[in-house]
Ligand binder design. Sequence first.
Ligand SMILES: Cc1cc2nc3c(=O)[nH]c(=O)nc-3n(C[C@H](O)[C@H](O)[C@H](O)COP(=O)(O)OP(=O)(O)OC[C@H]3O[C@@H](n4cnc5c(N)ncnc54)[C@H](O)[C@@H]3O)c2cc1C
Length: 391
Amino acid sequence: MQPVSNPQERPIIVVGGGFAGLSTLLTLSRVHPRPPLVLIEPKAQFVFVPLLYELLSGELQAWEVAPDYAPLIQGHGISHIRDIVTSVNVEDHSITTAGGDHLVYSQLVLATGAVPDDFGIPGVRDHALGFHSLRDLAPLQERLRQLRLRPSGTSSVVIVGAGATGVELACKLVDLLEGAAQVHLVDQGDQILARSRAFNREQAERALKRRGINVHLKTRVLSVKPDSVRWNGIEGDVEQAHDGLIWTAGSKPNIPDLHPSAELHQKRLPVDQTLRLQGQPDVLALGDIATHARKDEGQTPWPLSAQAAIQQGQAAARTLEAHLKGGTPSPFIFQDLGEMLSLGISDATITGMGMTLAGPLAFKIRRLAYLTRLPGLSLGLRSAGAWLVGS
Ligand SMILES: Cc1cc2nc3c(=O)[nH]c(=O)nc-3n(C[C@H](O)[C@H](O)[C@H](O)COP(=O)(O)OP(=O)(O)OC[C@H]3O[C@@H](n4cnc5c(N)ncnc54)[C@H](O)[C@@H]3O)c2cc1C
């Protein structure tokens, strides 16, 4: 795409087609008259990240959890450029991509999400498996396959991080390993699921106990080797052998280079209540890379979740529509719809939407919720959502 000189013809460019970016575009595509819309996203498939566990276990198939963008955006007037944005010049409203393109925008939406953070702990980058994206699945599935071939009880798998990802993964792995390995869950905090609702935490504690998972709290990982991990906990320094270590202990925002650079808050891009980057009227930032809250002023940050990202995408579209039509954008207010966790095969727990529920029904409701909360997606994904009616 060539730079466009007439500002009226410049597109709204959305960088990153995750929950926040895709939600922005699908909502904006309903605005009349529809502005030119461009998505820059390297991947060919949108990934329902909260359903990665079901893809790992084979409960769902790749085409269900990671549908192609093409049918999702078809008919919405969105051009998809498969590339990575490497830098943004907010002064001349341009972006540069890894593929060497130089594009000019009228309004820019940054929604590039987060990437795992190893906090510089030695060995994590080289020896830990990840569980963050589609490409993490194949190495993990291969490791599980190898472990299942070994005599029962002779192997150990360590999961670092007892937040939602670590806890959900631990339950799923035990169900998949069927006794082939002992699973250890390690966290430096004094409880699992530090940010979760009490009901969900209780359900998760029971699920971990039922599966015989060794939970090591107040335990800090010091270094990781290919076949062992050193941590410091209640028992002092321990060297634990492992046959696979999965790192879920942290993530950091994945912000492209901005010129001039933006002052970060809590490592994130600070935005106002209409999701505009502070001091930059033509740039919005959403999802895992953005924050509006000043903890030092007692404000509560928006959660870093798919739920918040989808809502922010819808709000960003309203801000942009107001801009196009000369109106006043309304502030974004996060609606907490609750929390859902998967806890092993065909099991989940839900707090929210007026209910507390655990078990197989919660599992089905959780899957349904991810499809129906993304605007336009439930229709665009009619075929991908086939499992909804079949289950
Ligand atoms: C394993 C796992 C399980 C989770 N489970 C839940 C859950 O159950 N419930 C929940 O609410 N949340 C869950 N989350 C968190 C949730 O997935 C994130 O908060 C949410 O995806 C954030 O949305 P986003 O749009 O900001 O970023 P993402 O969804 O991460 O999307 C970012 C997109 O930007 C693209 N991108 C990155 N850099 C560039 C670039 N430079 N140029 C162009 N494109 C770029 C990426 O390819 C990606 O597609 C989970 C996360 C993980 C990792």
